[in-house]
Design a protein around this ligand. Sequence first.
Ligand SMILES: Nc1ncnc2c1ncn2[C@@H]1O[C@H](COP(=O)(O)OP(=O)(O)O)[C@@H](O)[C@H]1O
Ligand SMILES: [Mg+2]
Length: 243
Amino acid sequence: MKVITAYSHKGGTGKTTALMMLASAIEARGQSALLVDCDPHQSFKAYETHSRNTAPAIWSDKMDVIYLHYEATKVAVLEQTLLDADEGGRFDYCLLNLAGVDHPFNRHVLRYAELTLLPFAPAALDMMELPGALDVLRQLGDQGEVGQARVLLTKMRSKMTSAQTGYIDAVLAGFPVMKTQIRETAVLGDIVMRGLLGKAIAAWEPEASGLQKMEIARLREALEECQALLAEVDSIIELGEAA
Ligand SMILES: Nc1ncnc2c1ncn2[C@@H]1O[C@H](COP(=O)(O)OP(=O)(O)O)[C@@H](O)[C@H]1O
Ligand SMILES: [Mg+2]
């Protein structure tokens, strides 16, 4: 079971969206995932509930969601949950959804992830917050406590100017970055409404006509973005295992 998380010290950076994108790609491949909500907002639960309540249902029975509130859960409980899930052999992946805070629980959780994504939209406020999160990962990395970590550029509107690139390079200070970049799109913005994208396409495509066909095309593009993200995530984890 591959364990993946997304980390930042503030909300709204795109953590849950990045993980839901991975869930869509995992589902489209016919694989399974355990989704763990450690964020009191229980976003995964909201995605699941919404997707199951749509007609036709666009959730997968291969996705389980559990809730472990970060302030009320002992790290040992999370560890046992992950060990049990791994031993049970039901899941190909485990996606850990964290609250956007710098909290000891989150620092512990990072130790269980083979890959931590740090979603980052190159906007001023996010730029101010990112260095703190990078420092935590550098520290834990120096102590050999964490797996791989990558900044994930997200909510990208257009090509960056050279001034922006230079500023971002200074903020990143050599921290590794995913090759896959996530565009800012309506589909990804309200992925909660579309559920697992492969399921949504399969459910709606047969009846789509006119403008709906364009919407299906957009869903397909978004799913391809999800699949590119998962492919890179897999290759990073595999290379890490080989090292
Ligand atoms: N690629 C994207 N394109 C457009 N909107 C996005 C994208 N990624 C995230 N968002 C939007 O940004 C907001 C925060 O995203 P979310 O994943 O919930 O962040 P976090 O989990 O870090 O708090 C949400 O409203 C989400 O819909
Ligand atoms: Mg979230």
